[in-house]
Design a protein around this ligand. Sequence first.
Ligand code: C2E
Ligand code: MG
Ligand code: MG
Ligand code: MG
Length: 285
Amino acid sequence: KAKEKGPISYEVFQGSMAEQSAKKIHLIAELNAAIEKNEFRIYFQPVVSLNDSQVIGAEALVRWQSGQRGLVAPGVFIPLAEESGLILQIGNWVLRESCRQIAERLGNGWASNFDVHVNVSVRQLIQSDFYQNLENILLEYHLPPHNLTLEITESILIEDSNVIATLIGRIRNLGVSIAIDDFGTGYSSMSYLHQFAFDCLKIDQSFVSRFLDNHKSEAIISAIIRLAAGFDVPLVAEGVETAEQAKRLYELGCQRAQGYHFGRPAPLEEWPQAWCGTGKAGPLA
Ligand code: C2E
Ligand code: MG
Ligand code: MG
Ligand code: MG
């Protein structure tokens, strides 16, 4: 998997303005070709219940398996995909393919309440055919809506909140859950928690990575835990890398977690038997 070229972000931000935009255009062309060549892959990271380390679901995380660049992380190409509009095609593929793969597993004995989380960008969400497309996918693969959660970020704030609230209401009426991703970062405002209903909060990993030795981070995490409890929705802590973090989060009242301590994202074919919808993940297992 040796990378012949450096990370895209590094490449793009080197050189003069003119050079930068030439590189961007080149990369957008590469991303376009990657869509044609079917070079995207979905890695799934287990989400566990903190009281018993049981795998209760997974987050779908896209990767670009490039012939030239090797395995490219989403942080590197999603921003460019957003900017160029290619996120619509990539995002719709991720939604469809994640649902297809999980529906197949559910038909093969996985726990019937297994919850797959798919990241959806604002740009994708506000497409006029998003809802219809979602409904079609669920019907086509016979995926029960309660097995799907869409993760959206706080950047939805910048969009028309009435339009978003109505759409989210329709999606939830379908039985699909909505999670707020990276909670506490970005244009964080409590007021939008009023504007629409949601089913899950995810604490951003930046708080988790620091909270054991930082009183401020622990205060923020405790507050978010109480907030989620007040809204009666589960809270997922992201980026849990150590047993100490897992233990402390559980003591503070956080029920769910995701992170390298429990399992790294991997293609479903590479998932250990123990994770497969009914088993336990990670060193606590
Ligand atoms: P996210 O949705 O917040 O996903 C969590 C990220 O944290 C993932 O990075 C995951 O691999 C990483 N992570 C998980 N556990 C740990 C840990 O213990 N320690 C550390 N340091 N990191 C951990 P990844 O896969 O690189 O994805 C980055 C971001 O790209 C995602 O953040 C999400 O915002 C975006 N993304 C990924 N797939 C999609 C997609 O299909 N559509 C859209 N729109 N965005 C996506
Ligand atoms: Mg996410
Ligand atoms: Mg996140
Ligand atoms: Mg993130």
